[in-house]
Design a protein around this ligand. Structure first.
Ligand code: ZN
Length: 366
């Protein structure tokens, strides 16, 4: 297996400014800590790949920025122009929780460019599958409103570009970031050629979206699937949601490519969620997705990095995904998984989650 790994040091130079957690510093808010979305949550994955040697087994690549033409397929021109101008002035804020610094526009365009290049390389058969270490992330970004640390809709930009270049017709998106993939959902909500599936902690972020009942509009009805899971969902709940909902939906849709919005914030130690997953969960979800891709679309699978705010845990989760994608023998055990062994939800809670999933499966006739 050859797995492409698309990255760029400049993505780690995106800066949200002077924050303490989600708060700008000032008044009684003491400086320090930074935004949860900080470079270390991503750079340390690169570092771990170097330390274990998995880096040497990946086809590591850089990529050009997404072009203006690429961006305009998803975002209106006035949003792009405003973003570009503000970035040139040194940065600012255009939406909700999306501060950016100097060159914010260029770095966001590079982040989208990595996702595009990773998808193109996969679809052209230059690699067996690919991973884009995109930063800033993209799945919350609406066409004209950035939010949740997302400034451009990376995956939607990549998919639209690939469709325009006739590299793919039908794409399935699996978003396992712990937050709802509301941007990707909105962009493809009325379309039947892109299936969007989001597994997320219910009512986490955004608070007002991600309902199971939101199935799409117009011609896109039935092509959006939200799987809201209660806080505290663990490994068993995620695997069951995959087996009973995600994989059957992929088979029903018959995509010719699968892309994953790969957030690692369902981690059991993530500061922005309340789920209980570790390396085993991400390895298993990757294996199941690869098996579906092998069955349905010659293995064509691309992932783009989204959230994940435990800078200590994310590298191990990412390493597990990349080990699996590349079929490598290099194994980095998840030390958090071992430390929290036995702290999965009890049987009663798992049954509750299982019943919710069964109800969704029944409604969908899966
Ligand atoms: Zn997230």
């Amino acid at each position: 297996m050859t797995t492409g790994f698309f990255w760029d040091e400049r993505c780690f130079w995106h800066s949200g400014g002077n924050y303490a957690g989600l708060l700008p510093v000032g008044g009684l808010v003491q400086p320090g800590g930074g935004l949860p979305e900080n470079p270390e949550t991503k750079r340390r994955l690169v570092n771990l790949l170097h330390v274990t040697g998995l880096w040497g087994e990946l086809a590591t690549r850089h990529a050009p920025v997404a072009t203006e033409e690429d961006l305009l397929r998803v975002h209106p021109r006035d949003y792009i122009e405003t973003f570009k101008a503000k970035s040139a002035e040194g940065g600012g804020e255009l939406g909700l929780r999306t501060p950016f610094g100097p060159d914010g526009f260029e770095i966001a365009s590079l982040s989208a460019g990595l996702a595009k290049a990773a998808l193109f390389a996969t679809l052209k058969g230059e690699v067996d599958n690919a991973y884009a270490l995109s930063r800033p992330p993209g799945h919350h970004c609406l066409p004209d409103f950035p939010n949740g640390f997302c400034l451009l809709a990376n995956l939607a930009i990549a998919i639209e570009a690939a469709q325009t270049h006739k590299l793919t017709d039908r794409v399935a998106v699996i978003d396992w970031d712990v937050h709802h993939g509301n941007g990707t959902e909105a962009i493809f909500y009325d379309r039947d050629d892109v299936l969007t599936i989001s597994l997320h902690q219910e009512r986490n972020y955004p608070l007002d979206s991600g309902d199971f009942a939101d199935r799409g509009s117009d011609g896109g009805v039935g092509y959006n699937l939200n799987i809201p899971l209660p806080p505290g969902t663990g490994h068993a709940g995620y695997i069951e949601a995959f087996e009973r909902l995600v994989i059957p939906s992929l088979h029903a849709f018959q995509p010719d490519a699968i892309v994953v919005a790969c957030g690692f914030d369902a981690s059991l130690v993530d500061p922005l969620s309340r789920m209980i997953t570790g390396g085993d969960t991400f390895r298993a979800m990757t294996e199941m997705t690869m098996a579906a891709a092998a069955d349905l679309c010659d293995g064509r699978l691309m992932m783009a990095h989204e959230g994940g705010y435990s800078e200590a845990h994310v590298p191990f989760l990412g390493h597990g995904v990349l080990e699996t994608m590349s079929g490598s023998d290099i194994h980095a055990a998840d030390p958090f998984q071992a430390k929290f062994e036995g702290q999965q939800p009890n049987e009663r809670f798992n049954r509750y989650v299982s019943d919710l999933i069964a109800e969704m499966a029944e409604t969908l006739d899966l």
